[in-house]
Design a protein around this ligand. Sequence first.
Ligand SMILES: NC(=O)c1ccc[n+]([C@@H]2O[C@H](COP(=O)([O-])OP(=O)(O)OC[C@H]3O[C@@H](n4cnc5c(N)ncnc54)[C@H](OP(=O)(O)O)[C@@H]3O)[C@@H](O)[C@H]2O)c1
Length: 262
Amino acid sequence: MALNRILVIDAGGAHMEEKRKKEKIMKLDNQVVFVSGTNRGIGKAIVDALIKRGVKKVYAAARKIDQSAWKDARVVPVELDITSPQQIQKALARAQDVNVLINNAGSLSGGSVLTATEPDLMRDMQVNYFGTLNMVRAFEPVIEKNGRGSIVNVSSVVGLASMAQAAGYSASKAAIFSASQALRAELKAKNISVHIVFPGPIDTDMARDFDFQKTSPAVAAENIIKGIEAGDEDIFPDPFSVQIGGSWSKDPKAVERSFAAM
Ligand SMILES: NC(=O)c1ccc[n+]([C@@H]2O[C@H](COP(=O)([O-])OP(=O)(O)OC[C@H]3O[C@@H](n4cnc5c(N)ncnc54)[C@H](OP(=O)(O)O)[C@@H]3O)[C@@H](O)[C@H]2O)c1
């Protein structure tokens, strides 16, 4: 690649950003959506919010499915562990009509990068990075075949700057953030928009031990859907993440320093 191509910085004005957004807008009513990790937490709330939004169908994936969990006939339960290539292929075979993929499933193993066990560090990478990426790699050709679509990857505010107490998790969320930026560039020509979600503390099992003010999963889910529909590339779905996202866009080092002080 020529160096001059690398050095071109997109300094388009506000109207260009608006134009880009209009091109990417994806109303979710009447779409077929696949969501991972839907048996609890944010994933479950996303399925509820999608149903309210009037989607045509939602594939609600979970490691353990409960056929009676959803009352609405538009919800199709799918068994899926995103670290299993075989289960990804099986899910894909069932969901050939998908045009929106929401990679929500995630794992959090606490601990610093100095003291966490290697299996814990590996688990977060296997789920949050490789599992999510393998979902994208499997579903992208189907989304392309079905016409315009979207891929939504759930990262975290600690993917923007690391938090020492959950540093392995932070690294895995930074990794999927980085890969998503590359995917966005690569999938633009295929009419697939890529959105990255950076939640702050949300009131789910994952954040049970965090001593922060938390946003309800229902509110976070609504804001994720609004963000996708607005064509937002980076989605900050709660007040904490809105504040962090604002600081990060002006001064990433300030976010690093504030997380280091927590
Ligand atoms: N809650 C927060 O404060 C917060 C903040 C930032 C980002 N996030 C991110 O938001 C997403 C949802 O988290 P949450 O807060 O709803 O957490 P949660 O309540 O712990 O739910 C996590 C979900 O991911 C599923 N999952 C874990 N490993 C999986 C695997 N290998 N294959 C398939 N599914 C798997 C879980 O299924 P099982 O029930 O089978 O374990 C569960 O459905 C995650 O990506 C998380 O990292 C959360």
